[in-house]
Design a protein around this ligand. Structure first.
Ligand code: SF4
Length: 531
């Protein structure tokens, strides 16, 4: 029986060698095909947890390959859609490095997946599936061909009849799947997210106390939350978590992770960020590889002050010898409009930082082969009217510095008054204008992205301009321009009014000073609010 670096059986040891050969012949060069997934409605009148379904209804590799670790609060989870679990001192003492991915709780959830049992942690996917929509989970074909066979090399060939293969190989009887079965372990992370905490210098309008200490202070100041309740949301991580995390990262994480994302709060605002960057550099340097198979994503508001900016840039020459750096400055509007949404932002400093990175990139060892940048745009009801000038500005930066910048997709749905669909149909014209502008430059601006995707398969999309229109703006322009609105969105206009009035009182930020073009919409929302 083969073992991994931490001495555990590998997941693929489930398939005996003789069977690998036998079935390998049988399925040799078999093309992939779609899998017939039985409808979840066959198994339950309404989404139920726990309930027996087919493994094809719940299969998802994210439970094995997508750990998220919060170094400040000690929360962990596998997949961003499931609830957080708290790691305690007792967990660290008892399970050591297995506290990161292999606590009994996580192994139990994997066991249910293999047996086809729903669990409330995966409620969002189960509900989508039950309603007939495509859930974000990986699916059975991806679990078998992509994960067990592709990544773990548990079988020589991809298989056509995934369900037959699954029934042949994977125990579907609980008796044959004891709680210490090697298939329940996860020792091969692919996407790792490291959360540094919620310290942030901004309080963006759609953000919350969970990601911003500035929001936290504001809500405490105005009595919306009590200081003493904060402990419940932000417990302190066990003292030994960091040590155990880095041990795990050296033994396991660095060997298989293809993508590592660093999240906050605002990373560059936190001293821990620089420490984590140094540790990551050391971990990959020690591996001696310079093939840049690891992509490191950093999401930052880039409101970074000069001293921290120097510190950040000085890390890059060494870091980018080992990783492909994807910088995602969060922004979707310009100047005063951006300063309203991203409250606390100094636009001049932000723009100066972006220009500095672009103009000094050679000095810091950044090339199109080890560095990519995409604006992380969170489209919302306040940003739509500046979308055309925003993409124009981005394109002018690309031309000025001869470096491509991607447009990364996101639309805010909650808080509800941020959803662009609360706007009146005339705002659709701004989206159409931006879409038409993007159309002209999309082919040219995707050259680096296309080249990178060819060279580094598995790289996270860096914000293709073509797909920004195709997958986002085409649909958004149509739906916002249409007169049809859900009652929920119409009712959200009253929330919009109350929100902007609250921003006026609490922050002294008058929405009409920042967006005079929203005067009619403001008056409409005021009516909806019954004022
Ligand atoms: S089934 Fe859905 S919620 Fe559950 S782990 Fe997969 S993606 Fe996450």
């Amino acid at each position: 029986m083969s073992t991994n670096t931490s001495g555990h059986k590998k997941v693929w040891d489930i398939i005996p060698q003789d069977k690998q050969e036998k079935y390998g012949q049988h399925y040799r060069k078999a093309p992939r095909s779609f899998v017939d997934v039985p409808a979840l409605t066959n198994f339950m009148d309404e989404p139920k947890f726990p309930a027996q379904a087919d493994p094809a209804n719940v299969a998802c590799r994210f439970k094995w390959d997508y750990p998220i670790v919060n170094l400040m609060s000690g929360h962990i989870r596998t997949c961003c859609r499931v609830p957080k679990q708290v790691i305690t001192d007792h967990d660290i003492e008892t399970y050591g490095a297995d506290a990161i991915q292999n606590l009994p709780y996580e192994q139990d959830r994997r066991r249910e997946k293999l047996l086809g049992i729903t669990h409330v942690d995966c409620e969002s996917c189960v509900r989508l599936e039950w309603n007939g929509s495509a859930p974000p989970r990986g699916g059975l074909d991806n679990f078998v061909n992509g994960w067990l066979i592709g990544e773990n090399q548990g079988y020589p060939y991809t298989v056509t009849d995934v369900q037959k293969w699954y029934v042949d190989k994977i125990p579907t009887d609980p008796e044959q799947l004891p709680f210490n079965h090697p298939l329940l372990r996860a020792d091969r992370p692919e996407m790792l997210e490291i959360i540094l905490g919620n310290h942030c210098d901004l309080k963006c309008t759609y953000c919350s106390i969970h990601y911003s200490t500035q929001w936290q202070s504001e809500l405490i100041k105005f009595g919306d939350i009590k200081k003493e309740d904060l402990k419940e949301h932000f417990p302190a991580a066990p003292e030994k978590l960091e040590k155990v995390f880095w041990e795990w990262f050296y033994d396991v994480g660095r060997h298989t992770s293809k993508v590592i994302n660093i999240l906050g709060g605002e990373p560059t605002y936190m001293p821990k960020f620089y420490d984590v960057m140094e540790k990551l550099t050391a971990a990959y340097k020690d591996l001696g590889k310079k093939d840049r198979h690891v992509e490191l994503g950093i999401l930052s508001n880039m409101n970074t002050k000069p001293l921290q900016m120097d510190r950040f840039l000085n890390l890059l020459p060494e870091l980018t010898k080992y990783v492909f750096l994807r910088l995602q400055p969060s922004i979707e509007a310009l100047d005063k409009k951006a300063e309203y949404i991203r409250y606390g932002l100094d636009w001049n400093r932000f723009e100066g930082n972006i220009r500095r990175i672009l103009s000094e990139r050679e000095k810091y060892g950044l090339t199109p082969d080890n560095f990519g940048m995409g604006f992380q745009m969170a489209l919302n009801s306040f940003s739509i009217s500046s979308l055309p000038e925003f993409v124009h500005w981005t394109n002018s930066l690309i031309n000025e510095y001869d470096f491509e910048i991607g447009l990364m997709k996101n639309v805010v749905s909650f808080p509800r008054h941020h959803n662009p669909h609360v706007l009146t149909p005339d705002f659709g014209a701004y989206i159409e204008e931006a879409r038409d502008y993007i159309e002209i430059f999309a082919e040219k601006n995707d050259r680096q992205i296309r080249g990178l995707m060819k060279k580094h398969t598995g790289l996270v999309a860096h914000g293709s301009w073509i797909s920004y229109n195709r997958d986002l703006l085409d649909g958004l322009a149509k739906s916002v321009s249409s007169h049809e609105r859900s009652q929920f969105d119409i009712d959200s206009r009253a929330h919009w009014y109350h929100f902007v009035e609250q921003m006026k009182t609490r922050r002294g930020a008058d929405v009409l000073n920042h967006y005079p073009e929203m005067t009619d919409f403001y008056n409409l929302c005021k009516k909806y609010a019954g004022v």
